[in-house]
Design a protein around this ligand. Structure first.
Ligand code: ZN
Length: 441
């Protein structure tokens, strides 16, 4: 069974093909071309759309869909202290409802591959990680769930209350179990597990070291938050006498199997060292602006040759999960300090596609070319927001689309006509309202 996706313009990540097409078989791209298309079993014809490689979300906390709108004017640490006690009441049902909302929203924004960094496992609550994996399977999203963790509670000088931290041996044992059950290292994989202690201020250095050893034993990737705020920098300098990036380098966390969320407060030497070690950065512009955390040095990092992708971050600090919007935000934010040459639209789309795939270690995703996964997002350019626009790719970044028209993941059509085909959007919204109210108490 073959699938043919035709579009007014196909952006492969490198080339722009007028009236182009993508031919797919068994979830993989067979050929990308222009002119008369080959015959196919199923045809998706979008003459009024631009087809892009499916967008990649390199940082998220999907459970946070159930706690949007809290501490709307707080700094990161104020916001976290407000939310930790609420997150302590999470269970698998809440996480499932929130994750379905997050994944639906991501798919509708053209995202086909997403990570999720889940680090809250309240004592006695089983099935949380499983709920994330099952939701991705149900909705048809290519998924890299991170088994996150917190072990450094207030009693030991950390930020989170002791009620939300776990025992380190239990964290490592559960992480290894999740790798064994769900990690698929093969090309075209729909699920790869990541090891992800939460941050330097919520886990011990020993857990960072042990997590890195566990990940490398199993050949899985590592992810954590680094250099998000000045408060974190002050914490690391006081407690460890090291800047956050120096601390992570000391712990064996500067390598091409690691990517950090944020990487905002970097000096010139750190930018160069991250590029040299090929440690990835997931830039989350909406969250960074919402929390007033600062602006990632995206153009400096890209110029230095670093791996940079985009993330929506948890929607308690974004209130949405629209990856096309993050390409727009990244474009504008880079220009605030760097001028209009800091980042162009094509560069922003590359961050949102290939850049994210590089962070996640997916050499089979991120572009439209033969042999890659058939992950494609089509955006309308004949709607009111974009009709008549001179440069469609620039237009879609400067005036971001509300929704993708068609989204294909691994050759499966999951969004058509701007509607999700794999789940009922209204039911997801109703469930989200109910669990959000339950959690609010
Ligand atoms: Zn985060």
């Amino acid at each position: 069974m073959t699938l043919l996706i035709k579009a007014g313009l196909v952006f492969t990540g490198r080339d722009e093909i007028e009236r182009g097409w993508v031919l797919v078989k068994h979830g993989v791209i067979l050929e990308v071309g222009s002119g008369d298309p080959p015959q196919a079993g199923e045809v998706v014809d979008e003459p009024n759309c631009v087809a892009l490689p499916g967008l990649v979300n390199a940082h998220d906390h999907m459970y946070q869909w159930a706690t949007r709108g809290y501490a709307p004017d707080g700094t990161l640490f104020e916001w976290l202290r407000t939310l930790y006690p609420i997150w302590a009441r999470l269970d698998a049902g809440i996480v499932r409802a929130a994750a379905r909302a997050a994944m639906a929203r991501l798919l509708l924004s053209g995202c086909t591959l997403s990570t999720d960094h889940h680090y809250v496992f309240p004592r006695g609550q089983a099935g949380i990680f499983e709920a994330l994996v099952e939701s991705a399977r149900e909705l048809g999203l290519r998924f890299h769930p991170c088994r996150g963790s917190m072990s450094l509670g207030e009693a030991k000088g950390g930020l989170p209350p002791d009620s939300v931290v776990e025992d380190e041996d239990a964290i490592l044992a559960h992480t290894e179990e999740m790798i064994g059950r769900f990690h698929d290292p093969n090309a075209g994989s729909m699920c790869r597990v990541v090891v992800a202690p939460c941050s330097p201020f919520s886990v011990t250095p020993q857990l960072m070291r042990d997590s890195a050893a566990l990940a490398r034993k199993h050949g899985v990737r590592l992810h954590t938050h680094v250099a998000e705020t000045r408060d974190e920098e002050a914490f690391c300098l006081e407690k460890f006498k090291l800047r956050p990036v120096e601390l992570m380098e000391d712990l064996g966390w500067a390598a091409d199997d690691v990517w950090y969320a944020h990487g905002i407060h970097l000096n010139d030497a750190e930018v160069a060292r991250l590029a040299r070690s090929q440690t990835g950065i997931a830039h989350c512009p909406s969250s960074n602006m919402r929390l007033g955390a600062g602006a990632c040095r995206v153009s400096d990092l890209v110029r230095a040759g670093a791996r940079v992708g985009l993330g929506v971050d948890g929607s308690a600090s974004n209130e949405d999960a629209n990856l096309a919007m993050e390409a727009h935000q990244a474009l504008l934010l880079a220009r605030v300090s760097g001028g209009p040459a800091a980042l162009d639209a094509r560069g922003a789309w590359r961050l949102a596609t290939q850049g994210g795939a590089d962070c996640l270690g997916r050499d089979d995703c991120g572009s439209l070319e033969a042999g890659k996964c058939a992950d494609v997002a089509c955006f309308r350019i004949d709607d009111l927001a974009h009709a008549g626009i001179k440069d469609a790719l620039a237009g879609l970044a400067l005036a971001p689309p509300a929704r993708a028209e068609t989204v294909v993941v691994g050759g499966r059509v999951v969004v058509r006509g701007g509607r999700l085909l794999t789940a009922d959007e209204d039911e997801i919204a109703r469930e989200l309202t109910a669990v959000s109210a339950r959690l609010a108490g």
